[in-house]
Design a binder for this molecule. Structure first.
Ligand code: PGA
Length: 247
C-alpha cells in the first residue's frame, strides 16, 4: 500500500500569529484516519510549529545543500535538520523559475536532504507551451532523470514525488482527471523502469495545481494519484482538512 499524503505549501503567506493559529486548527481537527498531513510554512515559523509537538509534520520550503559557508541569506541543510525538520520541498516550479534552480542544483539538494534524513518532496511539472506541443511526458521524465535518476533503491524509496503542471499552479485551472492520471501513470512507469517494478509501485506521487476541497476527491480517485500538494487551499484549515478526507 502506498502512503496517502496531503501537503500544504504555505508559500510566503501568513504573519506569525496566523501561522500558529492555522497549525493549531489543523492539528486539533486532524483525525488519524485521515491521510498523513504535512505543512511547509515560511522558514521563520518552522521551529515554533515543531515545538507544538503536533501530529502534523512541519517541513521546509527551501534550504541550501551546503553544510555552512558564505551564502548570505541562505539556511543550510544541517541547520534545518538540527531543528528537527524531516521533510523539504525540492524543485518547486517557483524555485526553478524565479530563483533559477537547475536540475543539477536540485540533484545536490536531494542528495543533501537524504544524507540528513530529510524526505525530499520532489516537484516536477511542465509549462503550458510544452503541454501544447504534446511534449509534457518527455519533459517531466527528463526532470526526474536529471534530479533523482541517480539515486539508489534505498534512497528513492524515501522520496515523495509531486506532479504540478505549471499552468495549473495558482491559476484556478486544474489538470483534468485524464491529464493528471496520464502523467502520474507515466511517472510511475518511468520509476518502475528505472528502479524496478516493486519500488515504482510503492512511491507516493502527489498532484498539485489548483487542487481544492471541491476537486480533490475526483483527482484522488485516479489510480496513480496518492494525494495532493496544496497551495492556496492549504491556508484555510477547514478546506485543507476537507481535502485530507477526500480519499
Ligand atoms: P496552488 O499551488 O494549489 O495554489 O495552485 C500549488 C503549489 O504551488 O504547490
Amino acid at each position: 500500500m502506498r502512503k496517502k499524503i496531503v501537503a500544504g505549501n504555505w508559500k510566503m503567506n501568513l504573519l506569525p500569529e496566523e501561522a500558529l493559529e492555522l497549525y493549531r486548527q489543523i492539528d486539533s481537527d486532524y483525525c488519524a484516519d485521515d491521510c498523513e498531513l504535512l505543512v511547509f510554512p515560511p522558514i521563520m515559523y518552522v521551529r515554533d510549529l515543531i515545538a507544538q509537538h503536533g501530529q502534523i509534520s512541519v517541513g521546509v520550503q527551501n534550504f541550501h545543500p551546503e553544510e555552512s559557508g558564505a551564502y548570505t541569506g541562505e539556511i543550510s541543510v544541517s541547520q534545518v535538520s538540527s531543528c528537527g525538520v524531516k521533510h523539504a520541498l525540492v524543485g518547486h516550479s517557483e524555485r526553478r523559475m524565479i530563483f533559477n534552480e537547475s536540475n543539477d542544483f536540485l540533484k545536490e539538494k536531494i542528495n543533501a536532504a537524504l544524507t540528513h534524513d530529510i524526505v525530499p518532496l520532489v516537484c516536477c511539472g511542465e509549462p503550458l507551451e510544452i503541454r501544447d506541443m504534446d511534449s509534457h511526458v518527455a519533459y517531466v521524465t527528463n526532470q526526474l532523470a536529471e534530479t533523482i535518476g541517480h539515486l539508489a533503491e534505498s534512497e528513492i524509496v524515501r522520496c515523495i514525488i509531486a506532479y504540478e503542471p505549471i499552468w495549473a499552479i495558482g491559476t484556478g485551472r486544474t489538470a483534468s482527471i485524464d491529464q493528471a492520471q496520464e502523467m502520474h501513470a507515466s511517472i510511475r512507469y518511468w520509476l518502475k523502469n528505472q528502479f524496478g517494478e516493486q519500488v515504482g509501485a510503492i512511491i507516493t506521487i502527489l498532484y498539485g495545481g489548483s487542487c481544492n476541497a471541491s476537486n480533490a476527491s475526483e483527482l484522488f480517485a485516479c489510480p496513480d494519484v496518492d494525494g495532493g500538494l496544496i497551495g492556496g487551499a492549504s491556508l484555510d484549515a477547514a478546506s485543507f482538512l476537507k481535502i485530507a478526507r477526500s480519499f
